[in-house]
Write a protein that binds this ligand. Structure first.
Ligand code: G4P
Length: 525
């Protein structure tokens, strides 16, 4: 197969949802259809058990197990599908954001009873920033829930994207009878069964009497009425608008009952994009270029304290990746050879000889890689689009073992390279400040510093609302701001100016009082 053909058949995506909407269940059913697993319940995904929310050791253990399921690759028909898993726990939201930079599209799962929830809203913001194409799956139709029209309105207003239903439910909850597939003009009848695929009735048009025979006259009449309304309200599905991230097709179903999942998958492989051109600081890189390029979007640490090894996850952006080929690590300028890169197929990790754009390879690493690093055949490229977001929790980190300050320094640097948290230096008192998106990260850092680096630290609380990056074209205005706020100025690891706002009010006032200063809430601007 040629490089172009290999690229065209790849679909790399993530499933995102608020915890409990059904992401794990849907992932598992997709793997079942792909033949990657044979029984339901086989997926040990990144899902973190609810009981373990306060016990991060347990969470890390579960995350450790889930390295193999971080990427799930399988073939479906002529397509090669790569599902990138994202952690369910919101304290690891940063991980999820970064994973979203490595996908070409996403499927969002929404619970029909709960509608759009907080985590979904946040993740959608990241998709919107990148114009990622989005398909929405409204799940749990077998349970009582909200009116589908109401759900569509909520999706549009809360996720700030136009929607277009491509399937439509016939009742929900106890009376749920099935979905009408608008995209393929067929009727899928629901039978509550976890393993069996539903019965399908092919119909010629909406007037087909087989609809009445299958669901009864009353429901058939309601279906026709609903569909008429849909055709009147929502414009025809426009594939280009979907690919541009402007409209999201919506499917209804029940992941647990394997209902509506195959329809979703069939439509997904047809319309979802294959790997797209990627922007670097230097130029746009097309996937079908001969030269290899890729970037590190995730580093998974080994929890075994005797091996400070990690796996760097590289998304291939262009060309063909070959084992032992020798690629340039752009940040260090070194040429590196990878003897044991792994691919992720059907939940198994195995050494891979070659891989193509859209694929993810895992590279065993002992601290050479940093999130965002670029590998190429030789060209100096820097991929864009791996922002860090303004952290919202802060603590000063203090060394409690003066004999081990070097170890502490090294440990902090490496953990920051892995993207566990962000380090700032307070310019007023020179102290190191760690910013995270979740409380758990502080425990993770303290534990890992001790067990992997032999360094001890303690945390000192500081009450801050947000850290944001500032810049201005007016040097005088910038200097004036820094002077006025000198007690609240810090620098990040790249030496860029960061303002530490201690309340939302202070931040709003600062934005008002200093119109020449630009405030940024993600590190990429
Ligand atoms: P998540 O990864 O998004 O967090 O959600 P997950 O798939 O684990 O699903 C959350 C719960 O919702 C699970 O129940 C799952 O069985 C259930 N669920 C998923 N899809 C459907 C559906 O279509 N209909 C119904 N009725 N339930 C669904 P649980 O009791 O929390 O876990 P488990 O003990 O069943 O594993």
């Amino acid at each position: 197969m040629s490089l172009t053909e290999e690229i065209a058949r790849r679909r790399t995506f993530a499933i995102i949802s608020h915890p409990d909407a059904g992401k794990t269940t849907l992932t598992e059913k997709l793997l079942l259809f792909g033949g990657a697993i044979h029984i339901a319940g086989a997926v040990k995904s990144n899902k973190i058990k609810k009981t373990a929310t306060s016990d991060w050791m347990e969470i890390e253990k579960q995350r450790g197990i889930s390295v193999a399921t971080s990427v799930m690759g399988f073939n479906y028909g002529d397509y090669k599908i790569n599902i990138l898993d994202t952690p369910g726990h919101q304290d690891f939201a940063e991980d999820t954001y970064r994973t979203l930079t490595a996908v070409d599209s996403v499927i969002i799962v929404v619970d029909v009873a709960k509608g759009v929830e907080q985590q979904t809203r946040k993740l959608m913001e990241v998709c919107r920033m990148r114009n990622t194409p989005v398909i929405i799956f409204v799940n749990k139709l077998d349970r009582e829930g909200r009116d589908p029209f109401e759900i569509l309105d909520e999706l549009e207003s809360e996720l700030k994207i136009k929607v277009r239903p491509l399937s439509w439910p016939i009742n929900i909850g106890a009376k749920f009878k099935g979905v009408y597939n608008i995209y393929e003009h067929s009727l899928d009848l629901f039978t509550p069964n976890k393993q069996k695929v539903s019965e399908r009735v092919e119909i010629s048009s909406l007037d087909d009497p087989r609809i009445d025979e299958s669901v009864g006259e009353t429901d058939a009449a309601k279906l026709r009425e609903d569909l008429e309304l849909i055709e009147g309200v929502y414009p025809e599905f426009d594939e280009q608008a979907y690919l541009a991230g402007e409209v999201a097709p919506v499917f209804f179903g029940s992941a647990l009952n394997t209902f509506g999942v195959k329809e979703l998958l069939d439509c997904f492989v047809r319309i979802a994009p294959s790997p797209r051109p990627v922007t670097t600081e230097e130029r746009v890189v097309n996937p079908d270029e001969e030269g290899f390029s890729g970037f590190v979007f995730k580093i998974h640490a080994n929890m075994d304290p005797n091996h400070r090894s990690c796996i760097a996850f590289v998304k291939i952006c262009s060309g063909k990746f070959e084992r032992n080929a020798g690629y340039k690590h752009v940040r260090s300028g070194k040429v590196m050879k990878f003897a044991a890169p792994t691919a992720f197929m059907a939940q198994k990790k195995s050494i891979v000889d070659e891989a193509y754009p859209g694929d993810i390879v895992g590279i065993p690493d002992t601290g050479n890689f940093k999130i965002g690093d670029t590998l190429t055949s030789g060209e100096l490229l820097h991929f864009k689009g791996l922002p860090s977001f303004s952290p919202e929790m802060f603590k000063y980190i203090e060394n409690t073992d003066p004999m081990k300050s070097k170890q502490l320094e090294k440990g902090i640097q490496q953990l920051m390279d892995e993207g566990v948290a962000q380090l700032f230096i307070n310019q007023f008192n020179g102290r190191k400040l760690i910013g995270t998106v979740g409380q758990l990260q502080f425990e993770v850092i303290q534990y890992r510093l001790l067990h992997e680096y032999g360094a001890q630290c303690r945390w000192e609380p500081i009450s801050l609302y947000k850290a944001c990056w500032i810049e201005s074209d007016d040097a005088e205005a910038l200097a004036a701001f820094k002077k006025r706020k000198h007690q609240f100025m810090a620098v990040d690891r790249e030496g860029r100016d960061v303002f530490l706002a201690d309340s939302g009010y202070v931040l709003t006032m600062a934005q008002q009082d200093f119109p020449k200063i630009r405030f940024h809430f993600s590190s990429e601007f």
